[in-house]
Ligand binder design. Structure first.
Ligand code: RM4
Ligand code: MN
Ligand code: MN
Length: 431
């Protein structure tokens, strides 16, 4: 980090005031874990290596389809967004990459953007294409679909955009493309389900053929919205089928908000691991639909259960590639920097707890059909307060023991008000 956005000595000063208490709590938890046969340092080292990408679009204030309420000092350009992403990473030390969205983040000189990010201590994760909106310069409309459109020329335009994204991603140092399409229908009979999916696959074959050798493509499913009757890539089954047809570089991406309420998402994760097709995640939380709320803010136990599957699979060496972790949230009522820091730490917390699960005890309970003991084993880990482990991991990585406190104390957002023009327009929309 050659150009840290916050003075590092501010972090060190704040840490110095908190270190003795942290060490005391860490040692106490260490003794408790020791009695359970676990080494706190081993868990801390795992936690220290944990990383998740922030979405560039999540750094701006989000909105609903009714309104958006901008905040003073909000980042508008990709340069400002990277600066804010660097704050998230400097304090939390677990979000070293940003996942860009094109054409929103498009710049003329991608190599220069890569350097700019590197100066801030950031790299780039998967690039995201956008064929769910029409751009000013665009010839053909996506109103009735993109990669699965009935019109060949429209499909070709959408394919070309995805290939552009790959090229930009190569210049940025990314290694994956995430494709989410809004294609679908709003009325029964509007679309021939099978033909639409065939057209999608044909388009995806062209995109797949343009992938560099060391790249992956992530297929993101979503069961509704903005198409409210049917979507072309509606669920993990369809995503799995498409990824299987395409080949080994195609994987399924699970956005936690893209399922019907009460869906057993952790089981979907297990299935995709078992079938060798899990590519990555868009973490967020939801109560009703694709709410894009902060990860773990509604259902932290579900998040823990997802990490249970991931840790279990890693222990069994059942993952051929490490799944890509990304946040995909819309921050409508909070400061995005705060939400992203808190969400990333929430993931790290559930991961740490999943590392604490007594797997031998769980396996024995399962073998003996001891349902209560099985749940108790999970709950013993879930109920462990791992805050000192997270704090120590951050401190050892140069981050803040109390990231939220230091961020507020730094007055970062206030300073940015003077540098960044106020957002005049109160437009509705996701970003
Ligand atoms: C979609 C989906 C995509 C994201 C857009 C902004 O619902 O989650 O991943 O790129 O929203
Ligand atoms: Mn998503
Ligand atoms: Mn979504």
């Amino acid at each position: 980090m050659n150009r840290p956005p916050l003075p590092q000595d501010l972090i060190e000063r704040e840490n110095a005031a908190r270190l003795a208490a942290l060490q005391d709590e860490y040692d106490s938890l260490g003794r408790a874990l020791n009695r359970r046969g676990r080494s706190i340092d081993a868990v801390k080292d795992k936690v220290k290596a944990f990383a998740v990408a922030v979405p560039t679009w999540g750094l701006g204030v989000g909105g609903t389809r009714f309104a958006k309420f901008p905040i003073p000092g909000e980042p508008i350009t990709i340069h400002e967004k990277l600066e804010d992403a660097a704050v998230v990473n400097q304090l939390g030390r677990l979000t070293p990459t940003a996942s860009p969205h094109f054409p929103w983040d498009k710049v003329d000189d991608a190599a220069a953007l890569r350097e700019e990010a590197a100066e801030l201590g950031l790299g780039f994760d998967a690039v995201n294409s956008n064929t769910f909106q029409d751009q000013a310069s665009q010839k053909l409309s996506y109103k009735f679909g993109s990669l699965s459109h009935t019109d060949r020329a429209t499909r070709e335009q959408a394919v070309a955009h995805n290939i552009d994204c790959i090229e930009l991603g190569v210049a940025l140092g990314s290694k994956a493309l995430t494709v989410w399409i809004a294609d679908g229908s709003n009325f029964a009979g509007q679309q021939h389900f099978a033909r639409a999916l065939e057209r999608y696959l044909e388009s995806m074959r062209a995109i797949y053929a343009a992938l560099p050798a060391d790249w992956l493509v992530f297929i993101e499913h979503k069961f509704y919205e903005p198409a409210f009757y049917s979507t072309v890539i509606s669920d993990w089954g369809t995503s799995f089928w498409a990824a299987s047809q395409l080949g080994p570089k195609a994987r399924c991406l699970v956005d936690l908000g893209h399922h019907a309420p009460n869906t057993n998402i952790e089981m979907i994760v297990s299935r995709l691991i078992q079938f060798g097709k899990l590519g990555g995640f868009h973490f967020n939380d939801s109560k009703y639909g694709d709410d894009d709320l902060d990860a773990g803010s509604v259902n932290p136990f579900q998040l823990f259960l997802v990490f249970n599957e991931l840790v279990d699979a890693a222990d069994r060496k059942a993952l051929d590639v490490a799944p890509a972790y990304m946040l995909d949230q819309s921050h409508n009522v909070t400061d995005p920097v705060e939400s992203l820091m808190a969400s990333a730490m929430e993931l790290q917390r559930r991961y740490a707890q999943a590392c604490l699960i007594d797997r031998a005890r769980l396996e024995q309970a399962q073998a003996e059909n001891d349902a209560l003991m099985a749940l108790d084993t999970l709950k013993a880990a879930f109920n462990t307060d791992v805050t000192p482990i997270l704090g120590m991991a951050r401190h050892r990585s140069g981050g803040a023991i109390d990231p939220l406190g230091v961020y507020r104390w730094s007055g970062y957002r206030r300073h940015k008000q003077n540098e960044r023009p106020a957002v005049a327009k109160q437009s509705a929309g996701i970003v």
